[in-house]
Design a protein around this ligand. Sequence first.
Ligand code: SF4
Ligand code: SF4
Length: 137
Amino acid sequence: MPRAKNPDKYKTLPCTECGAKCCRYVAIEIDTPKTKKQYDDVRWYLLHENISVFVDHDNNWHIEFKTRCRSLADDHRCIEYDTRPQVCRDHGWPIGSCEFFDSPYKLRFDSVEAFERHMDKTGKNWRYKRRPKTTKD
Ligand code: SF4
Ligand code: SF4
């Protein structure tokens, strides 16, 4: 698949041109959901505001928190540049590997409805069934 932008024309990371896309979220890898409990957990994540779940091009699942870094200045520069975390130093290298150049999403769910529609299309029996309440509950 051709890249949205050609990395060959960049000698350094185009962070100013990008507008600091990678400083506006936190993404954590999660277990690939395989059980009804895990599918239900994904529904739970997506019921919260500013949460998305996505699958990357290596089929790894992630939860994403849409939240702007406190160290991002209005001109898209990092005010912690010299002491920024290692994950920030590594992100984008080699040039062409970050989201400025290509979408990192193979699948992305921004709502519980979108996730449920996707799961229904898979034909899997994925919905979590609660046990009926008893007098002991
Ligand atoms: S590393 Fe990539 S995504 Fe992050 S600000 Fe720079 S160009 Fe944008
Ligand atoms: S510490 Fe700096 S480079 Fe890292 S996310 Fe925050 S603004 Fe971006």
